[in-house]
Design a protein around this ligand. Sequence first.
Ligand SMILES: Nc1ncnc2c1ncn2[C@@H]1O[C@H](COP(=O)(O)OP(=O)(O)OP(=O)(O)O)[C@@H](O)[C@H]1O
Ligand SMILES: [Mg+2]
Length: 293
Amino acid sequence: MRARLEDALGAPVTDTVTPGGGFGHQLAAALTLADGRRAFVKAAPDDDPLTAANVHEAAVLDSLPPGAPAPDLLGIHCAAGWTAVVIAHLNGPHPDLSPASGDAEQTWTLLDKLTSSPAPALYAAAVNGTPSTTATLHGWNNLLADPPADLAPAARAHLPQLTELEAAWPALAHGDRIVHGDLRADNMVRDHHAGVTFVDWAHASLGPACIDAASLAPQLILAGHTPADIARLLRDHPATANSPDTTTAFLAALTGHWHRNARKPTPPGAPGLRAYQHRAAAAGLALLGYCLS
Ligand SMILES: Nc1ncnc2c1ncn2[C@@H]1O[C@H](COP(=O)(O)OP(=O)(O)OP(=O)(O)O)[C@@H](O)[C@H]1O
Ligand SMILES: [Mg+2]
């Protein structure tokens, strides 16, 4: 595969760096070539489900409208039973979503732009048939059936209401907007030239405009924003202001998913996942406290 990539890129690879960030187990690395160029590559064995996700991401990157906050697709290569997706390299850190930084504001603006009109036909065709992973999010129903002893009191007090909200979500999960579907700071890079750019489009789909803004909201709380400020932002943001019920149903489903999954055993290759889900579950619940009141 290395030889195949060097052949396609036209120069030997002299360095690879695996950035810290998400929870995946595949190769996701920045390559430096002998002539100084860089490229980002995601690769997995063909029988690993991540390969299907990477191929989907490649199709999405190739179909996003001009000006979308995403890197360009450079190519897909198969060799030795592996598939590699090569993507333009972005140069910079993850954005700082804390209140002190302007990155969160820039991200809200990008989301407004991305969701203000229906997705172009090319994008709709690229994601067509791929079920939105967000539509199946749930968790409160399982917790209601058998509430764990350590369930947060605020969750326990609202369990029937949260279960009802989450049950409403699948019917609301349809729409015609671009949905990234996994928006966190570690799936963004603040490129020195392009500014905040979204990466890891493996979960992209069509859906209502509110999904990405609503999933970003608990991330901003984890980064130090107050739940009250973020609840106010969701009330006012163009992507969420017109659909408060859909936004709240989605948040309930996402938070239920975190509360349920945080209690499962650690999956192989993702040591930090459960601790993150515990933190995210608490942030989502704090936000829901404002949406429900
Ligand atoms: N085009 C790019 N240029 C530079 N760095 C990137 C690029 N795309 C992603 N990254 C960095 O690499 C990390 C991993 O990439 P990505 O999230 O796409 O991989 P993944 O294996 O699908 O993710 P996860 O680890 O979330 O499952 C990101 O967190 C980001 O820091
Ligand atoms: Mg990622």
